[in-house]
Design a protein around this ligand. Structure first.
Ligand code: GN1
Ligand code: MG
Length: 553
């Protein structure tokens, strides 16, 4: 233990906590300006090493700030099954990130190891897979993570290189399952399962004219574009044109492009023009875990028709439900998880399909957790982050139904439905929402259904909505309940929200503190855009009065 202590102290000495800053493991890990994150990432390395020791499995650590500006960076930890680190460890991660000096850091580690019965210093080995996105501060921060990891005796850091966030999560999951886990395995799994699903399209409802072969993808000048270039080498049935791929001269990461920009601004990203009219387009975020689709609207100054996470979710739900309806021998409890940001029209649409819809607070870790409660759990945030989870029991039943049908009724409708489901389980990234795997699944489903982009858009009409953000002195003064749909503190605020909302047809409004930015977010929905804008504005004024702030859009 003495060796362990001196190793920790020496290592922590090299990464002092910057003066006056506090770090918090928010909705999606620690995030801040990349230049001040050395100590945080070093300490996240320690947390990851301990997590690996505790679980006796490999864990992951990824350095990224997703859709945030290029100067930002961040770090998050993946658990052995590829999901986000168990939330019960977040308070420790927070305490460690803010430990004022090496001594208190070491004491926190020793105490936590004792409380959690982590075999620290026992000779047990541990492993952390590392990855980073393309941000300029990534390389230095990766070194900080490595030093944090190696300050826990017996832990090995394995650098997997520059990856999308979902690739790293996928690798951790495969590594622990003992299945192939390299990047070329990931590419092969995606392209092979995509090809298989395309080939399983019913022969009788195909109309190749309506499903355009061409897709233009905005890579947000992040890490996803170059990965898609690799995947597309093995795909012939779809013509993919990658823009904003992060190559020299193409523009800055997430600036005027990317899924966050497209979804919030409802404008075409840079690099797109009127010559792209009529073509189906998609947009990834900087670390390729979010996905939205869009199409330019003629004569509209680059405005777009948006297909957001809610509509991707609806498409996936319809497709899975359709296959299941052909397979009465395969009963499955299907559940859909959304957040309060889901458009009311989307929720109504999914409920009308006869599906169970439940709500979770913002942040995929919360949605993922709820989706695990079903045989098939589908979850999406409106901003395009989501996936489909299949329970172990369902997967094994599906496998045996598929085998039986393949031997008894090969080529039958039922057998093809079972095969489609099998392929979906291989194409979708079950570790975490993955823009690349989601994109290929969307494309294969549109092809299977013979659906044009228009048909998909027309599933339902979104209710007009408006999002605002307000900077306040202390956003933690707002406490919410019921999956963030109600403010419980300050109570007067909820009363005012209720009074404002009641003034509008189809009015809905909620307020919550962001988990990634120092702001309070306001969301409003109503029958017309003017009403949604006015509802959001009046609630923002109330937030302003009660908490003291400036309104930002
Ligand atoms: C309204 C919104 O889009 N919120 C985003 C944003 O979280 P906030 O807690 O709202 O800042 O970033 C999260 C991480 O990417 C994402 O999960 C979430 O959906
Ligand atoms: Mg992201």
């Amino acid at each position: 233990m003495a060796d362990q202590l001196s190793l920790l102290l020496d290592s922590a000495e090299r990464f002092p906590l910057p003066n006056g800053l506090r770090f918090s493991y928010g909705t999606s890990g620690f995030r801040s300006d990349g230049s001040v994150l050395g100590s945080t990432v070093h300490r996240a390395g320690i947390v990851a090493a301990l997590r690996s020791l505790k679980t006796g499995s490999t864990v992951g650590l990824v350095i990224t700030a997703s859709h945030n500006p290029v100067c930002d960076n961040g770090v998050k930890i993946a658990d052995p099954d590829g999901s986000m680190m168990d939330q019960s460890w977040e308070p420790f991660a927070n305490a460690l990130a803010n430990a004022p000096d090496p001594n208190s850091l070491a004491q926190l580690v020793l105490q936590f190891a004792k409380d959690e019965e982590i075999p620290l210093g026992s000779g047990q080995s541990a492993e952390v897979l590392l990855a980073r996105d393309t941000r300029p501060t990534g390389e230095t921060l990766l070194e900080a993570a490595k030093q944090g990891i190696s300050s826990i005796i017996g832990t090995v850091a394995i650098d997997m290189g520059i990856l999308t966030t979902p690739e790293l999560h996928w690798m951790v999951r495969c590594w622990n399952n003992g299945t192939k886990a390299t990047e070329s395995d990931y590419f092969a799994q995606l392209s092979n399962s995509f090809r298989s699903l395309m080939e399983l399209a019913p022969h009788d409802n195909l109309n190749f004219d309506t499903v355009e072969k061409k897709l233009i993808v905005d890579g947000a000048n992040g890490v996803g574009g170059s990965k898609l270039e690799e995947i597309k080498k093995n795909i012939t049935s779809l013509e993919i044109d990658v823009r904003n791929s992060g190559k020299e001269g193409e523009g800055l990461l997430n600036e005027g492009c990317g899924a966050d920009f497209v979804q919030k601004e409802k404008f075409a990203p840079c690099g797109f023009s009127l010559s792209d009219l009529g073509i189906r387009c998609a947009s990834l975020d900087g670390d390729a875990d979010r996905l939205v689709f869009f199409r330019l609207i003629p004569n509209s100054n680059n405005k777009i028709e948006l297909v957001d996470g809610d509509k991707i979710l609806s498409l996936f739900a319809i497709f899975i439900q359709e296959q299941l309806s052909l397979l009465e021998e395969l009963p499955a409890r299907l559940g859909v998880v959304q957040t309060a940001y889901a458009n009311g029209a989307a929720t109504d649409y999914i409920k009308n399909l006869g599906l169970e819809v439940i709500f979770a607070p913002t942040g995929v870790k919360y949605l993922h957790e709820k989706a695990l409660e079903y045989d098939i759990g589908l979850y999406f945030e409106a901003n395009g982050h989501g996936t489909i989870l299949f329970s172990k029991e369902f997967l094994s039943q599906l496998d045996s139904v598929n085998r039986e049908l393949s031997s008894k009724f090969p080529g039958s409708k039922k057998q093809r439905a079972a095969s489609r489901l099998v392929v979906v389980t291989q194409l979708i990234n079950q570790a975490v929402g993955d823009a690349l795997s989601g994109l290929l699944l969307v494309e294969a489903i549109l092809h299977n259904k013979g659906w044009s982009f228009q048909k998909w858009c027309n599933l339902y009409q979104d209710l007009p909505s408006r999002q605002l953000k307000v900077k306040v002195a202390d956003r933690t003064a707002i406490v919410t309940a019921d999956a963030e749909t109600r403010v419980v503190k300050p109570a007067a605020l909820q009363e005012l929200i209720d009074i404002e909302t009641a003034k509008y047809t189809h009015g809905r409004c909620f307020v919550r503190p962001s988990g990634t930015e120092d702001v309070v977010r306001i969301y409003a929905e109503a029958a017309t855009q003017d009403s949604a804008d006015s509802l959001a504005n009046s609630v923002a004024q109330h937030v302003n009065h009660i908490l003291g702030s400036d309104i930002k859009t």
